[in-house]
Design a protein around this ligand. Structure first.
Ligand code: HEM
Length: 484
């Protein structure tokens, strides 16, 4: 269960000097992240920042008052289930763009590079969530370019940020810092523009972009890496907001985190899902029938997610969690009973793909079988977030630092996959038909297909009448649908 893999050079940041422990088993993950949740609240520091300068986002900030304010702002503020419906027009625009893009490629023999078309549709959507629906195409392109640079430097090449890696890959570090500067150059004028116009009615007075919520936010003053998690928030005794505004660096980091977290993960999920649907046309047909029936049933009105669509997405997330591992920095292992962690503390890696394919928890774990999540199946009632008693999969993490974008991520994956199968029939390309779709995984920061999926998309003769809006799990919970 535990594998101590390495210890780092002495001069590396503390968390990187510690031994690494890997957890591949859901039961051990539950004991750590749920039974001992208080000991597993921080991620290791990345250490690439110049000394004395902190610009934390939600992912990097230590557990404490600042994390709490940022978390609440995203979940109870921007992504509050009652507000998520306001995002529907922008989501529909993204779906329409995706369908039109694929239809246009029909002239090219109908062959589609799935990752690129989905990214092309999803990234502008994430940008509009951040900066408002009226942001122009040029700015979307600029943002995409700088985020692409970040992805190449940090994500794809796996830049670790450790002292050693910084020395060895100094040129990458320089590019990383330069792209950080370029990121600021593109982001900050857009943020400043929002500061000037945020009170205007850019979206009919209903939709408030993420940046507006960040501009209004006050975080506790005097926050530092070791802030006491129980310290007061940022209201004084009379309820006045006494905190400080976010710095420019923090704003840039939080927006970059939203753009990347909200796009790459969902693109990965959609690509893996479609790969299995291409390989297994019966599953694709069944899914298409259910999606069309659900859209017809609701006559264009909002309806719940068809059960089979949810099962297909869960099965994809189980087998190919878009984030391959999540980390914790554990400094007081004595507090963790029954888990023999090294005395001096450890960096703990939870290997999400292995947890979802554990042969003790799943029958034929390497088979794509959405039925297991349906009524009567072995995973009936298992959802994207583990309940308190067992961890059978954890594609969105678990414990105090689980993914706050889970509802939105699942909703977008459902929405896009529904549109893709409703509008097109997907088949292997001539090359893939002989060689097969390559399901080899590449684990960088995100779990990607080694050979990006290309597939033939043929428009379906009959399509669903009207628009279909798909709900995320939090909204389903409000409606009494069980996502444990
Ligand atoms: C299919 C889509 C997604 C997947 C699979 C996913 C997965 C994850 C995972 C595994 C973690 C680490 C959890 C842990 O350490 O226990 C995480 C954290 C996070 N995710 Fe997501 N994510 C998705 C979508 C999103 C979206 C749409 C957003 C933004 C709206 C987002 C924002 C974040 C943030 C801010 C964190 C850090 C939370 C914290 O440390 O408190 N994610 N995500």
């Amino acid at each position: 269960v535990f594998r101590r893999t390495t210890s780092r050079a002495r001069r590396a940041p503390v968390s990187l000097r510690q031994p690494t422990v890997e957890i591949h088993d859901g039961d051990v993950a539950r004991r750590a992240l749920l039974d001992h949740a208080d000991a597993f609240v921080n991620r290791p520091a990345i250490g690439a920042e110049p000394r004395g300068r902190r610009s934390d986002n939600l992912t990097t900030v230590r557990y404490g008052p600042q994390w709490r304010v940022l978390w609440r702002n995203l979940t109870a503020g921007f992504l509050r289930p009652s507000r998520v419906g306001l995002l529907a027009p922008l989501q529909q625009k993204a779906v329409d763009a995706l369908v039109a893009d694929i239809a246009a490629r029909g002239a090219d023999g109908g062959e589609v590079g799935v990752r690129d078309v989905v990214h092309d549709a999803l990234f502008p959507l994430a940008v509009r969530f951040c900066f408002g629906g009226d942001i122009d195409e040029r700015h979307v392109r600029d943002l995409r370019r700088v985020m692409q640079e970040l992805k190449l430097d940090v994500v794809v090449k796996g830049f670790s940020g450790s002292m050693l890696a910084n020395l060895v890959h100094w040129w990458r570090l320089r590019r990383f810092i330069a792209s950080g500067r370029r990121r600021a150059e593109i982001f900050l004028p857009l943020i400043a523009q929002r500061r000037r116009t945020q009170h205007r009615d850019a979206d009919g007075g209903v939709f408030r972009p993420y940046v507006d919520s960040l501009l209004a936010l006050r975080v506790p003053v005097g926050h530092d890496a070791d802030a006491d998690a129980d310290a007061a928030g940022c209201e004084d005794n009379e309820g006045r907001n006494s905190g400080r505004a976010l710095t420019d660096d923090e704003m840039v980091g939080l927006v970059a985190e939203f753009l990347s977290g909200g796009t790459e993960t969902v693109v990965s999920c959609v690509e893996w899902t479609l790969a299995h649907l291409v390989i297994e046309p019966e599953i694709q047909d069944k899914l298409c029938r259910q999606v069309v029936a659900a859209a017809d049933h609701h006559g264009g009105e909002r309806g719940t997610t068809p059960a089979y669509l949810r099962a297909v997405i869960l099965e994809s997330l189980r087998m190919h969690p878009p984030v391959p591992l999540t980390m914790r920095d554990v400094r007081s292992p004595q507090a963790v009973e029954h888990l023999s962690l090294p005395d001096g503390g450890a960096r703990v890696h939870f290997i999400l793909g292995d947890i979802g394919r554990d042969g003790k928890a799943w029958t034929d774990p390497d088979e794509f079988r959405p039925e297991r999540f349906m009524a009567g199946g072995e995973a009936e009632g298992v959802g994207p977030l583990p309940g308190p008693r067992e961890v059978r999969m954890m594609p969105f993490g678990a414990g105090r630092r689980y993914c706050p974008g889970m509802g939105l991520g699942v909703a977008h994956a459902c929405l896009l996959v529904a549109a893709l199968v409703r509008e097109f029939e997907w088949a292997p390309t001539a090359v893939a038909a002989t060689g097969g779709v390559d399901l080899t995984e590449v684990n960088g920061f995100f779990k990607m297909m080694r050979t990006p999926l290309r597939a033939r998309a043929t428009p379906r003769g009959t399509s669903a009448s009207g628009e279909m809006v798909v709900h995320g799990p939090e909204e389903d919970q409000e409606r009494g649908v069980h996502w444990p």
